[in-house]
Every structure is written in structure tokens, then in C-alpha cells.
Design a protein around this ligand. Structure first.
Ligand SMILES: Nc1ncnc2c1ncn2[C@@H]1O[C@H](COP(=O)(O)OP(=O)(O)O)[C@@H](O)[C@H]1O
Ligand SMILES: [Mg+2]
Length: 252
């Protein structure tokens, strides 16, 4: 079957700074693929090239079978992009934000589309409040809902949980899992190892301009020698403690 994304030998520099030095990877249809890399590794640069917002210097990239350089319109019609900073209009209500996007996309029945998405993302009760009153998690949910209007086959989520509190992060994880269960291919970038561990079917690690590891979590684990048995009690992580205290342990 045709791959959702195929990237070969991708290179990109900003002035004399070489950010991508020959990046290769593939994303299968319907999977959650996580691109992991520290701040400044080039994750957003890759997304911008794949979303046709930026041109590579060399190498090829195809999205849903369309070459990004030769067929940018077809690429754009088959994807959606949720950036690192939410595209929500704070002055509009959640419902109005959704209706606006549905109208911009010239879809029929924008109100119905908005109602369905509000329900699916648990925002019905907040639908008629201005987005400026939303919590970080609600805003991110609305942002993702907006990017699903028009039913893209592939969604790019660029650091969807950076800056969110643990509760909101888990809400976002749930949404991402539901998207993938519904058949959408998800390309997710993150700086958080745990996020990739929780969500991704496959993980690629971008470091110093190249993909230095790529595989399932199991495959990546095999790259490292087995952990030595240690006779210490396992300490809960700070996140586990925080969530236990606020009573959200069952959220995932
Ligand atoms: N428009 C630009 N002009 C110059 N340098 C840039 C530009 N965009 C990104 N960079 C640099 O390229 C590197 C990769 O950036 P980016 O793709 O945003 O990384 P990430 O998303 O992984 O944090 C960083 O060092 C960043 O400063
Ligand atoms: Mg980025």
C-alpha cells in the first residue's frame, strides 16, 4: 500500500546553518508516527516542508502519494496542520471558530459540522463561551477540532502538548488516540519521550540533522543493552504523584 509519507535525503539550510542533513523516513497510513527531537532539532522545519509551506534544497518528499514540490495543491487538500501555537480566535466562541473554518472551506451545513465536533471533543457545554475563557486543554482540543474540518487523511500535530499542564496533556493524548482509531494518520512532533512512548506506533529520533533511530518502541529498546536488575523500590514519577493528588489517575 502507498505510504502516507515518504521522505528521502531531505536537506535544508537557513543561511549557512544546515538544519536537515539528509533526512529519510516513511510513515504508514493510519499509524501514529512521532518525530522526537530536542528544541531546535528541525522538527517544525520538516513539518513545514511536508505541508508545502517551505521548500527543501534537495531530496524528495511525498505526502499521500503526491510530491510536495510538484503537487503542492493536492498535498494541501489531503492534510491538516496544527501548529505549535493554537490557531484559535480568542474573541470568537468555540462554535463560531468551528463555523468560520467550515465556511472558509466552503462546506455545506457548517452549523452541523460545528455541533458534531463540539460533541466529539467534549466542548458542547462551553460552545458559546469565548475561546479566551478556555483552559489550555480546551483550547488545544478546539484547535485540533478546527483542523479536522474537511476530514483530512493526515494530520500534522506540531508539539501539541508543549506548555500544557499534565491534565490537558492527557486530554490531548486521548484525542490523538481517537483520531488514529478513526483511521487518520497522525504525524506528531514532541520533545517528550513519555508522549512518544504513550502514543506512537513508530518513533523517529531527529538529531543533528539526521534520523538517528527509527522503529517501534520495542525495536528502539533493543538498540540499548538490557537494563540491569536493580533492587530498589520503583518510585512514582512526579507526574504520577501530581495526578494521584488531583484525582485524575484514571485519565489515560
Ligand atoms: N526562518 C528561519 N531562519 C533562520 N533560522 C531558522 C528559521 N527557522 C528555524 N531556524 C533554525 O533552524 C533550527 C531548527 O528549527 P525548527 O525546525 O523550528 O526546530 P524544532 O521545531 O525541532 O524546535 C533552529 O536552530 C532554528 O533556530
Ligand atoms: Mg518546532
Amino acid at each position: 500500500m502507498e505510504k502516507a509519507i515518504q521522505v528521502k535525503g531531505l536537506r535544508k539550510s537557513y543561511k549557512d546553518k544546515e538544519v536537515l542533513k539528509g533526512v529519510d523516513f516513511e510513515v504508514r497510513r493510519g499509524e501514529i508516527f512521532s518525530l522526537l527531537g530536542s528544541n531546535g532539532a528541525g522538527k517544525t522545519t520538516i513539518i513545514r516542508i511536508l505541508a508545502t509551506l517551505l521548500k527543501q534544497e534537495s531530496g524528495t518528499a511525498a505526502v499521500n502519494g503526491f510530491d510536495v514540490a510538484a503537487k503542492p495543491d493536492q498535498v494541501r487538500q489531503s492534510i491538516s496542520l496544527t501548529g505549535q501555537f493554537a490557531a484559535v480566535d480568542e474573541m470568537l466562541t468555540g462554535r463560531e471558530n468551528l463555523i468560520m473554518i467550515a465556511r472558509l472551506r466552503h462546506l455545506h451545513h457548517p452549523r452541523q459540522i460545528a455541533d458534531d465536533l463540539l460533541k466529539r471533543f467534549g466542548l458542547t457545554d462551553a460552545a458559546d463561551r469565548k475561546a479566551s475563557t478556555y483552559s489550555g486543554g480546551m483550547r488545544r482540543r478546539l484547535d485540533i477540532a478546527m483542523s479536522l474540518i474537511g476530514k483530512p487523511q493526515l494530520i500534522f500535530l506540531d508539539e501539541p502538548t508543549t506548555g500544557l499542564d499534565p491534565e490537558a496533556r492527557m486530554e490531548t493524548w486521548r484525542i490523538v488516540k481517537e483520531l488514529a482509531d478513526g483511521g487518520t494518520t497522525v504525524f506528531l512532533t514532541t520533545q517528550y519521550l513519555e508522549e512518544a512512548e504513550q502514543l506512537a506506533d513508530r518513533i523517529a529520533i531527529l538529531h543533528e540533522g539526521r534520523i538517528i533511530a527509527n522503529g517501534t518502541l520495542e525495536e528502539l529498546r533493543k538498540l540499548f543493552p538490557p537494563a540491569k536488575m536493580e533492587y530498589v523500590e520503583k518510585q512514582p514519577t512526579l507526574e504520577e504523584i501530581f495526578l494521584a493528588i488531583i484525582g485524575k489517575k484514571e485519565a489515560v
